[in-house]
Design a protein around this ligand. Structure first.
Ligand SMILES: NC(=O)C1=CN([C@@H]2O[C@H](COP(=O)(O)OP(=O)(O)OC[C@H]3O[C@@H](n4cnc5c(N)ncnc54)[C@H](OP(=O)(O)O)[C@@H]3O)[C@@H](O)[C@H]2O)C=CC1
Ligand SMILES: N[C@@H](CCC(=O)N[C@@H](CSC=O)C(=O)NCC(=O)O)C(=O)O
Ligand SMILES: [Zn+2]
Ligand SMILES: [Zn+2]
Length: 384
């Protein structure tokens, strides 16, 4: 069966980022039909990730405007372009900002989840053919974002940038697997490959950090220390599996630093630390709190243009390792099914991250929610 709208442009509501640092404009836009190897998706739910706010703020070197932001979303396939074989109309899907083509050098390697197939054009805000499928009612083209653009009731993505999931999984929840939960959980169980008995410190108790905690707990870590500047994050940290919580603004004695405190708490340093803040000073602390000889620090947080990390080379000479993790090292099309299934079996917490729900028209409030200590994720319902 083919949808009535297949092959035609669709007018729908989107939240357009016209300028850095300004609220989004909720307005009607036109979404063109998918071209070859593209898929048009009716986005049912999206959450706002810290990275959307980062790009909107103007500090993302790849940030470009006007654009349709959003990358943590799920929906239903409305129509497919020529040559698409991996999804069909009606499929329930999660959008993937880390594509998986299965054929490139990266995809063929078991060392990375980064796929080279669409990343270059994705970073420029266009589809692989170099053009956009979005324009406003004045006819001006609007850029895509992270290969997803979930802040629109309909979006067009490359066929390598989405994965079909079981229709029994609620899209209003599993949209969070499009970024935050998968990123943190995967960073612990895949990038770091935390083992039973390991000690772990997680800097930043947002959705990403708490998902690292969840992954470390699943692996049987013996000590999971969360470091966050907001005491409101303590209860959540404990609920997700933390054994200790440290607020560096309040819990350090005179002469103590967060590094010396963590080293003291763990008999010489952590086996694994994770930066989930995007703050380059925190990244240094996270590295230096690692155990001499083998401790690994995983950078997940995204830092502004011009920011750089530094440490004494001696920290690395003496065996500490600095690593990074994108989308938790998860290959989206091959591995998302297992995460959805873990969620459905009750083994992976997803709903616990949804602290707020709003209609799509309140998207600017969802960006404000992010700055409040009582918010992990706001899920937006695009039907409302
Ligand atoms: N590599 C990847 O694949 C991905 C990276 N990211 C990045 O990961 C980071 C976390 O994302 P998300 O969980 O959504 O963000 P959140 O903003 O929800 O969480 C970050 C947490 O860190 C806290 N924090 C800020 N400064 C410090 C500090 N100096 N020490 C300790 N804690 C601090 C924040 O507190 P407060 O709110 O009070 O400032 C907040 O609780 C972001 O940089 C995001 O862009 C996200 C997804 C994927
Ligand atoms: N455009 C940004 C890129 C920031 C970044 O590192 N993004 C993460 C995902 S953040 C999701 O919420 C990522 O996966 N990076 C790998 C990639 O290929 O983009 C900048 O230049 O800072
Ligand atoms: Zn994200
Ligand atoms: Zn690939």
């Amino acid at each position: 069966m083919t949808s009535e709208t297949a092959g035609k442009p669709i007018e729908c509501t989107a939240a357009v980022a016209y300028e850095a640092g300004k609220p989004l404009t909720v307005e009607k836009v036109i979404v063109d039909a998918p071209k070859a190897h593209e898929v048009r998706v009716k986005v049912t739910h999206t959450a706002v990730c810290h990275t959307d706010a980062y790009t909107l703020s103007g500090v993302d070197p790849e940030g470009a405007f006007p654009s349709v932001l959003g990358h943590e979303g799920a929906g239903v396939v409305e129509s497919v372009g020529e040559g698409v074989t991996n999804v069909k109309e009606g499929d329930h899907v999660i959008l993937l900002y880390t594509a998986e083509c299965g054929e490139c050098k990266f995809c063929k390697s078991n060392k990375t989840n980064l796929c080279g197939s669409v990343r270059a054009t994705q970073g420029k805000g266009v589809m692989p053919d170099g053009t956009s499928r979005f324009h406003n009612l004045k006819g001006e083209p609007l850029l895509h974002f992270m290969g997803c653009s979930t802040f629109s009731q309909y979006t067009v993505v490359a066929d390598v940038s989405l994965v079909t999931i079981d229709t029994s999984a609620p899209l209003s929840s599993v949209c969070l697997l499009g970024c935050g939960v998968t990123t943190g959980y995967g960073a612990a169980v895949k990038t770091a490959d935390v083992q039973k008995g390991d000690t772990v410190a997680v800097f930043g108790a947002g959705t990403v950090g708490l998902s690292v905690v969840q992954g470390a707990k699943a692996r049987g870590a013996s000590q999971i220390i969360v470091i966050d500047v907001n005491d409101q994050k303590k209860q959540w940290s404990v609920d997700f599996g933390a054994t200790d919580f440290v607020n560096p603004l309040k819990d350090l004695k005179e002469g103590e630093t967060i590094v010396s405190k963590l080293v003291d708490m763990t008999d010489g340093g952590l086996d694994f630390t994770f930066d989930c803040t995007g703050n380059v000073k925190v990244m240094r602390d996270a590295l230096e709190a690692c155990h001499k000889g083998w401790g690994q620090s995983i950078i997940i947080g995204v830092a502004a243009s011009g920011q750089e990390i530094s440490t004494r080379p001696f920290q690395l000479v003496t065996g500490r390792v600095w690593k990074g993790s994108a989308f938790g090292g998860i290959k989206g099309r091959s591995e998302m099914g297992q995460l959805v299934s873990s969620y459905q079996k009750g083994d992976l917490k997803v709903d616990d991250f949804i602290t707020h729900k709003r209609p799509f028209t309140e998207i600017n409030n969802a960006f404000e929610d992010l700055h409040h200590g009582d918010c992990l994720r706001t899920v937006l319902d695009l039907a409302n």
